[in-house]
Ligand binder design. Structure first.
Ligand SMILES: *Cc1c(COP(=O)(O)O)cnc(C)c1O
Length: 364
């Protein structure tokens, strides 16, 4: 079996985690937390990092931390993991969707302006599968309409847009360190930003909204326990030491698949580059010409013991949101096609060159 993801833990992971156990620092108190926060924030060119339990938790904090709530609208892509939409909905605000670009699979930024109303509070960009969103037009709209920018860079560690780090664009930006991301802490996430006040608010929300000053156990608002443990941060520090290699290896895997599959008829492959970025291939996705073609290929690959995953499912077609009366009669044809016809193949950092060849020959 070649699983769709295998992580790579080849550096100081064991050493640093052992240090936590030997010293007894296993909770969210402990020296690796601030080390990981400082080093990661510096890596993506931000002043502050706030380590949290996972990427979805980071989105909850980002939305609430910016003061987004009842009556507010947030513009985002329909084609995304549910996390950003869930954070907006649970904050009491409404996600307003746009379709995707058929070539980059990212939100079609030309559709944003028509969706801006007097209730719009923020644009939430989600960089998809290895290529960033075209940021310049988004930044121009945020400026023109005085909107906040939330950047979901969960799949974009080390990726750049016109030479600037992804994760450095948002008023607040988030990352995930789930095992299929470019660096992992098992479960984990990070918010990054430059604003002192926002950092204090996010740290408070991460820690049950305990007041930083004043008597403990008296609360003026609600937060979550979304703290990261020192054990996770120890993994993170070790992984960060290897990040350049991880990105290079992901690019090698992606480039290798691209070359070996370029004559494959009936399937669209990821775009290798745009004029603003080169793909870092968080995953290597294929989009079949038809849904039947997708189903047949996924079935054949399963028989050949090769793992696959379908693409994200559109937000406007989520039963949970339909039940809430959201997105009634809305349709986003590009996102719908990606969701139905798209799937990705093994591309984890633990994948060997022989594995790549096995996957390629099975596909062909
Ligand atoms: C992985 C991912 C998340 C969620 O991160 P978790 O750590 O799994 O909660 C959010 N957004 C995007 C785009 C992701 O790929």
């Amino acid at each position: 079996m070649i699983p769709v993801n295998t992580p790579l833990l080849s550096g100081n992971e064991l050493k640093y985690v052992s240090e936590c156990i030997e010293t007894g620092w296993i909770s969210s108190e402990g020296p690796f937390i601030s080390r990981f926060e400082t080093q990661f924030a510096q890596y993506v060119n931000r002043r502050h990092g706030i380590a949290v339990a996972n990427g979805s938790a980071a989105l909850d904090i980002a939305v609430k931390g910016l003061g987004i709530g009842t009556g507010d609208e947030v513009i985002m892509p329909s084609f995304t993991i549910i996390s950003p939409a869930q954070s907006v909905v649970t904050a009491g605000a409404t996600p307003v969707l746009v379709d995707s670009d058929p070539v980059t699979w990212n939100m079609d930024v030309s559709q944003i302006e028509a969706k801006i109303t007097s209730k719009t509070k923020a644009i939430l960009v989600v960089h998809i599968y290895g290529l960033p969103v075209d940021m310049d037009p988004v930044l121009a709209l945020c400026e023109k309409y005085n909107l906040k920018l939330i950047e979901d860079a969960a799949e974009m560690h080390g990726q750049t847009y016109k030479g600037k780090m992804c994760g450095s664009f948002g008023d607040i930006s988030i990352f995930s360190f789930y095992p299929n991301k470019h660096i992992t802490t098992g479960e984990g996430g990070m918010l990054v930003c430059n604003d002192e006040n926002l950092v204090e608010q996010c740290k408070k929300l991460r820690n049950l909204a305990f007041e930083p000053k004043g008597r403990r156990f008296i609360h003026h608002e609600l937060g979550w326990n979304y703290r990261m443990t020192n054990l996770q941060a120890a993994l993170g520090v070790a992984q960060l030491e290897k990040i350049e290699y991880h990105i290079q290896r992901k690019r090698e895997i992606g480039t290798s698949y691209s070359q070996k599959l370029k004559k494959l008829a009936g399937f669209q492959l990821p775009l290798e580059k745009t004029d603003y970025a080169e793909n870092i291939y968080w995953v290597f996705g294929l989009v079949a010409d038809s849904e039947e073609q997708q189903e047949a290929m996924v079935k054949k690959l399963a028989e050949a013991k090769i793992g696959t995953r379908p693409f994200f499912w559109c937000m406007h077609e989520q039963p949970v949101f339909k039940k809430m009366g959201l997105f009634e009669n809305e349709t986003y044809p590009v996102a719908e096609k990606l969701a139905r016809n798209g799937f990705y193949i093994p591309s984890g950092l633990g994948l060997s060159d022989e594995d790549i060849d096995k996957v390629v020959s099975a596909i062909i």
